[in-house]
Structures are given as C-alpha cells and as structure tokens.
Design a protein around this ligand. Structure first.
Ligand code: ADP
Ligand code: MG
Length: 240
C-alpha cells in the first residue's frame, strides 16, 4: 500500500547548515506518526515543507501518491489536501467558533452546517458555537482549531506542538480527545513534539529526530525499550 503522506529525502539548508538532512518517512491513513526530538533538531522545518509553507530544496513530498513538492513542483498548502494545527496558526478573531470551523468549507457545501455542528459536538463545544475566540479558554480554542482543521476532511493532518500552550491539567485530557477524533476521521497524522511522553501516548509510530536526521523509526514500545543509542535512551529517561 502506498503511504498517504510520503516524505522522501527531504532537505533544507539555511546558511550552509542542513537543518533537515535527508528525511524520509511514510504515513498511512489512520496512523499517527510523532516526529520527536529536541528543540532545534529540524522538526518544524520538516513539517513546514510537508505543508508547503516552506519550499522543498531537495527531495520530495507525495500525498496520496501525487507529487506536491520536489525540485520542480511546489503546490501551495491549500492545494495539498492537508489540515494544519500550528502553534502560531490562531483562530480568526472576528469569526465565531462555528464560523471558524466552517471556514474551509464551501459556502455552497450542502453538508456544511451539519458538519460544523457534528464536529463542535464531538469536541464538546456545541454550546459555544456562537462564541468568539476571546470568549473561549485556551483549551476550548485548541478544540475549535482541531475541528476547523478536520472540517474539510483532509487526507493528511500536520500538527506542530499543538498542546504546548495548555496547562498540564488540561493537556492529557485534550490529547486523549484529539487522538480519539483523529482516529475517527482516519487522516494520516504527522505530529511534531519535543515531549517523549506525548509521543508515547499518541503515536502509532515514532520517528526520532536529531540534528536534521531521523535516527530511529518504530512503534513507541520498541523505541522506548530498545533505543538506538545512549543519547536516545537519555532522551526517554525522564518519562515517569
Ligand atoms: P525544531 O522544530 O525541531 O525546534 P526547527 O525546524 O524550528 O527546529 O529549526 C531547526 C533549525 O533551523 C534551528 O537551528 C533554527 O534556528 C533553524 N531555522 C529554522 N527556520 C529558519 C530560517 N527561516 N532561517 C534560518 N534558520 C532557520
Ligand atoms: Mg518546532
């Protein structure tokens, strides 16, 4: 089976430094892959190339078997069939929760209202449909952002540290709820995080990244129990 999202030999050089250096990774529908590694190792840059907000300098990105980026191709994010949740990808402040969720759906989309309502219910915010972002808590805003990203039924979801702004008490709950909805929707998910416990909790597959390269790929249990080297073992050692 062809992976739904396929990164092949992705490379990005800034100021003569390869911050992403030959990254290859395949993600299947319904699978959550966590790109895990310390700050500065190139995770966000990798995700940005997959999304198309950063140009691919070498290598390629395929979605559902179609090349969306390589040396001669660059489809913009909106033409890639992806949903995004980035740290700096805020809700539209002048739109209600429901309008935010419906933003990516066509005005003439007959199923629009039903889809928006269904997603708001599933993230537990049916009563908040007419509230504006500033009237919602951080956790509620994140849940609206998730619903908005999923509304057009993207085949690929790209998420960059989506829970990092939440306090600890809320974070586990929202992680679990997010995972449940992602599984129901069945997208191929690439989730960037620097927190091993988040990757252990959410991933079907972990890709461990260091200095621009992927050093190990596997199921969370296998990576945790058989880290590739001492540095990888150390990275996992503070999980409780
Ligand atoms: P991570 O998400 O793993 O923390 P990033 O992908 O954000 O890492 O960054 C990887 C490296 O690339 C960092 O050293 C960062 O400073 C550098 N970098 C990222 N974006 C740019 C840019 N636009 N110009 C120059 N350097 C950049
Ligand atoms: Mg980052």
């Amino acid at each position: 089976m062809v992976p739904r999202l396929e990164l092949e030999d992705l490379t990005c050089v800034f100021d003569d430094v390869a911050v992403v250096d030959g990254v290859s990774l395949g993600i299947h529908p319904g699978q959550v892959t966590c790109l895990l590694g310390p700050s500065g190792c190139g995770k966000s840059t990798t995700l940005r190339m997959a999304a198309g907000v950063e140009r691919t300098q070498a290598g390629s990105v395929r979605i559902d078997g179609r090349v969306v980026a390589d040396a001669t191709t660059h489809l913009p994010p909106e033409a890639r069939g992806i949903g995004m949740m980035f740290q700096d990808f805020a809700l539209f402040p002048h739109l209600t929760a429901a309008e935010n969720v419906g933003f990516g759906l066509g005005r003439k989309d007959a199923g629009r209202t039903a889809r928006v309502q269904d997603l708001l219910e599933r993230v537990g915010l049916a009563e908040m449909a007419d509230k504006y972002p500033h009237q919602l808590s951080g956790g509620e805003q994140q849940r609206v952002a998730l619903a908005r990203a999923l509304a057009p039924r993207p085949s690929v979801m790209l998420m960059d540290e989506p829970f990092s702004g939440l306090d600890n008490r809320l974070r586990d709950e929202i992680r679990d709820q997010t995972l449940e909805i992602l599984k129901e929707e069945g997208a191929a998910v690439l989730l960037v995080t620097h927190e091993p416990d988040e990757a252990m909790r959410m991933a079907d597959q972990i890709a461990l990244m260091r200095k621009g390269r992927i050093v190990q790929v596997g199921a969370p249990y296998n990576i945790y129990n058989a880290p590739v080297d001492a540095e990888a073992a150390g990275f996992f050692s503070d999980i409780n």
